[in-house]
Write a protein that binds this ligand. Structure first.
Ligand SMILES: [Zn+2]
Length: 427
């Protein structure tokens, strides 16, 4: 049995899968979509036919309900991957989606308690469910909407995850923010492509021009006279961040071939982006800079393709929220130490689920990569896209593995992925 001593009310729900399949490494705060009490949440999760539950509920009065023991997998996020790793918390919300001060205080306290009891020393929010670069002592914050078509955690809580991590970490007694949060505020402080992108677009307010796209240098940035366009900006940031060995000035039309030739991995834009991933669609490109944000050179001051020099507006190059949808591909840079090596391709397969098992429904398709673990694929077009890409680059569609109750190969793959600590893969 594992649960918080902060619990005020217990009503255990039958809606769970029994013992979770992975250690606790995530916390997923949800919003209840209404101002429900912890007793009402207990009622909601009680009937088996509801097929829904959460570990905890937090009421607007700041009290805590327990519905599923932390040792078990609750049915909260619609995701095998997430619910097997996460402690899930439903929070009562007011009409605008916000939490009362009492509920917020309790949420912070409860998250800190969950971290401490599960051997975690830091709560991390990085805008994706990606574990790369995290330490064993890190607990990751995830959002329901990353796994299912839902607006959960709602319009207000959705914007509070950075603050939640900071306040919880304060309780845990560690200094924040750390290097995963925020971006450099000057060229001298830049450590990666995302920092350079942020500085270009926000700190030095670079202008937009297709004709003068190469007017992007440290010198011009400092003088406030820099200009660039979407693809040259991405070129420069990758080059300055050490992810490309030259600055050739590619255009979007040749960008994919060029970056793949430099060891970048081409992925469908349905996967969760990571800091320093390149975003591409026909005619436009940008850089994902982490924390749910992208940086891009968009258009000139009069919304055309060419502006006059030195008349930069804040809207020419900018940082804004990463949209779900709108991009076709993600180009993921190779790990820095691999840049010098010749690319040996992505080790990947598609797992076809033949009957209900291991938390997946019959007919489900799951992409597995040695690097990132599992990505559930919810649209047949995504599979076709992956096969087309694989055929383009390797001459063959992706390898298929059929997994069933008799041969639950998806669990073997999960073991391979989780055991491979040498690569830092723990998801
Ligand atoms: Zn939710």
């Amino acid at each position: 049995m594992g649960y918080s001593s902060l619990v005020d009310y217990v009503r255990l729900s039958p809606n769970h899968s029994g013992e979770r399949r992975y250690p606790i490494t995530r916390i997923t705060p949800h919003y209840a979509g209404g101002n429900v009490s912890i007793e009402t949440l207990g009622d909601i999760f009680a009937p088996p036919e509801r097929q829904a539950s959460s570990q905890y509920g937090v009421g607007s009065d700041g009290r805590v309900g327990l519905y599923v023991d932390e040792d078990n997998r609750a049915w909260t996020s619609g995701s095998y991957d997430n619910d097997n790793r996460a402690v899930t918390i439903e929070c009562a919300n007011l009409e605008d989606g916000s939490l009362t001060d009492a509920a917020w205080e309790t949420l912070v306290e409860l998250c800190a308690d969950i971290c401490e009891r599960n051997g975690k020393t830091r709560l991390v929010y990085r805008g994706s469910a990606d574990y790369d670069g995290l330490a064993d002592g890190d607990m990751l914050l995830t959002k329901h909407k990353w796994f299912q078509a839902t607006d959960c955690p709602g319009p207000w809580l959705d914007t509070q995850f950075d603050r939640l991590a900071d306040e919880v970490n304060e309780r845990l007694g560690i200094p924040v923010p750390d290097e995963l949060h925020g971006w450099a505020k000057s060229l001298e402080e830049c450590r990666d492509a995302a920092d350079y992108a942020y500085c270009t677009c926000v700190v030095y307010s670079c202008g937009y021009s297709q004709d003068d796209r190469k007017n992007l240098t440290f010198d011009l940035l400092r003088r406030g006279e820099a200009e660039t366009d979407c693809s040259y900006g991405v070129n420069a940031w990758l080059y300055w961040g050490g992810l490309l060995d030259e600055l050739i000035g590619f255009w979007t039309a040749i960008e994919i071939d060029y970056l793949v030739s430099k060891g970048f991995t081409l992925l469908p834009a349905t996967v969760a982006p990571r800091r320093n991933d390149v975003l591409w669609r026909s005619g436009h490109t940008a850089l994902y800079i982490g924390d749910g944000m992208q940086a891009e050179a968009l258009w000139s001051e009069d919304h055309s393709f060419d502006g006059a020099p030195g008349d930069q507006t804040d809207g020419e190059t900018l940082v804004r929220e990463y949209p779900t949808g709108g991009w076709t591909y993600i180009l993921r840079p190779p790990a820095k130490e691999e840049i010098e090596e010749t690319g040996d391709g992505m080790l990947a397969c598609i797992v076809e689920i033949e009957d209900d098992h291991s938390g997946y429904k019959a007919g489900a398709r799951v992409l597995w990569t040695a690097e990132a673990g599992f990505e559930y694929i919810n649209h047949p077009d995504s599979i076709k896209l992956l096969d087309d890409m694989s055929t383009y680059y390797t001459g063959k569609p992706l390898f298929r593995v059929k997994s069933s109750t008799k041969g639950p190969w998806i669990e073997r793959l999960a073991q391979v992925t989780i055991n491979d600590k040498t690569k830092g893969v723990v998801r």
